[in-house]
Design a protein around this ligand. Structure first.
Ligand SMILES: Cc1cc2nc3c(=O)[nH]c(=O)nc-3n(C[C@H](O)[C@H](O)[C@H](O)COP(=O)(O)OP(=O)(O)OC[C@H]3O[C@@H](n4cnc5c(N)ncnc54)[C@H](O)[C@@H]3O)c2cc1C
Length: 465
């Protein structure tokens, strides 16, 4: 199926050896590796500075924010410094809204569209938070933990009212610890993970030992939260956020007991998943991963997709964390240099060995923080598509009428057609249909993603150069 392009009046203004989309650890490392081997590289990101999610605003931070955000954040300075010292061309505030099959990249920057031709492409667009569709998740006063952290990193903004953190995964505990250091009052942490199944942990014993550094960090965060005396509820189920026009309370069960907490602000988080919008829009091959419960692009050993010359590095290739993202970025940069005949033909073996070593902890983490079915495949009443206000029940009805894929439910209900382009509901819709139709997610598939990947106005489109 070809990718329908939006007609444009803009003319190609740049031709590059490599365009890297995303200036997080993966994108920075890919651009640096390729540039050091002599390629003409353009590094693009919609954010105003390099850093990506983990090192967001790293070039503008101060000592107090560094203390709050911690050593893993500060590490990003060295990467940002290397980018600055390298003289790499970096376009900040550049949002990629379309990529053509011939790799032409369409960018919105300074309210104008620009077209860039390139011989190769590294997509390093990272991860996004997994949807957390529970009753009340659309109420004012509910945000994601990632959004809370973005406000902290970008603008040193923290909640002024007591906050309830709910969900699971390292980022939730990290934010709790960062909020504590910033003096935020945390009313409770509601941990939705099922707790450690020690039989499974033993099965992953070698993964645990190999990744002991990561485990130690995680335990340190939990210690920090618990020693601050924050109420910590384990094995949370039946989570509901309630209020007429804004959050007033949360109800849940913990270890079988019903609980209720009054609050005005709830931050939800149940892990991150690859942001695959760009690779889907290109019609690259993907497969459903039952361990990470998400779509992963099919890649070769350099990170090249099923489309020649188009690579993916970092969390967009599968969740591995920031250090793995950096290593994968370097590997993709070397792969591109090799393929274009720059430098010596390095085999990438050293990078692959390091990546494999860091990924050994993942089977344990995937198991430990696997989001429960009830928080991924919600009850009928729960809104799934926030943009078009489509409920899980409506999707199920459509399956009963014969819809067996997200593109059919989209036609029936506009589910996935709003401004977020299905990012907030895509995984949930695939899983609801799979369960209702008794099909594997791989067979159900995903939305057919079309441009524009990011919103732009007709005036911006018309202002193309
Ligand atoms: C909200 C959030 C917060 C996180 N915070 C942490 C943390 O504090 N600590 C931690 O260990 N891990 C954190 N993670 C996980 C984390 O993202 C990584 O492991 C790491 O940042 C991945 O690096 P990356 O280079 O693959 O992607 P990222 O760092 O996510 O970088 C991707 C970049 O691509 C850009 N981009 C995406 N789409 C486009 C487009 N269409 N046009 C132009 N630019 C685009 C984004 O602006 C972003 O800067 C966070 C994840 C999320 C979603």
């Amino acid at each position: 199926m070809s990718n329908p392009a939006i007609p444009l009046n803009d003319a190609p203004s740049q031709v590059r050896d490599l365009v890297v989309i995303g200036a997080g650890p993966a994108g920075m490392a890919a651009a640096l590796a390729a540039q050091r081997r002599g390629l003409d590289v353009l590094l693009l990101d919609e954010q105003p500075q390099v850093g990506g999610q983990i090192y967001r605003s790293i070039t503008q931070t101060d000592a107090q924010r560094e203390r709050i955000l911690g050593a893993d954040y500060v590490y990003g300075k060295s990467l940002a410094d290397q980018v600055r010292a390298s003289g790499l061309t970096h376009w900040a505030g550049a949002s990629v809204w379309q990529i053509d099959p011939d790799k032409t990249v369409h960018v919105l920057r300074n309210d104008r569209t620009t077209r860039i031709e390139t011989k190769s492409l590294v997509i390093a667009t990272g991860a996004m938070e997994r949807p957390f569709p529970v009753p009340g998740w659309t109420l004012p006063g509910v945000m994601t933990a990632g959004a809370g952290q973005i406000l902290l990193k970008n603008a040193a903004v923290v909640p002024q009212v007591p906050v309830v953190l709910a969900g699971c995964g390292p980022l939730l505990y990290l934010l709790a610890a960062q909020y504590l250091r910033a003096g935020v009052e945390i009313r409770a942490v509601l941990d939705t993970s099922a707790g450690t199944d020690w039989r499974l942990a033993i099965r992953h014993a070698s993964s645990l030992l190999a990744g002991w550094g990561y485990v130690r960090k995680g335990l340190g965060l939990l210690r920090e939260i618990k020693s601050a005396g924050i109420p910590f509820f384990k094995d949370v189920g039946g989570l509901r956020i309630e209020g007429e026009d804004a959050v007033r309370q949360v109800r849940f069960t913990s270890a079988g007991h019903s609980q209720q907490i009054d609050c005005e602000l709830v931050l939800l988080h149940q892990g991150v998943v690859p942001n695959t919008q760009v690779s889907w829009s290109l019609r690259a091959e993907h497969h459903w991963d039952d361990e990470q419960l998400c779509w992963l692009p099919v890649l070769d050993s350099w990170g090249q997709t099923s489309l020649p010359g188009i690579y993916i590095a970092g969390d967009g290739a599968g969740i591995g964390g920031a250090l793995v993202a950096e290593m994968q970025g370097a590997l993709a940069g070397i792969g591109v240099a090799n393929s274009l005949g720059f430098g010596t033909s390095e085999d990438g073996a050293q990078q692959r060995a390091q990546i494999a070593q860091h990924l050994r902890i993942r089977p344990f983490l995937n198991q430990q923080y696997r989001p429960k079915d009830e928080f991924r495949i919600p009850a009928d009443e729960v809104v799934v598509c926030r943009c078009e206000e489509v409920t899980a029940g409506a999707i199920r009805e459509q399956v009963q009428l014969g819809c067996v894929g997200p593109n059919q439910t989209k036609s029936f209900s506009r589910c996935g057609m709003g401004p977020c382009q299905g990012r907030q509901c895509g995984l949930t819709v695939t899983e609801i249909i799979a369960k209702e139709a008794n099909l594997p997610p791989q067979e159900v598939g995903y939305y057919r993603i079309r441009p524009p990947l990011k919103s732009l106005s007709l005036a911006q489109l018309a202002a193309g150069v």
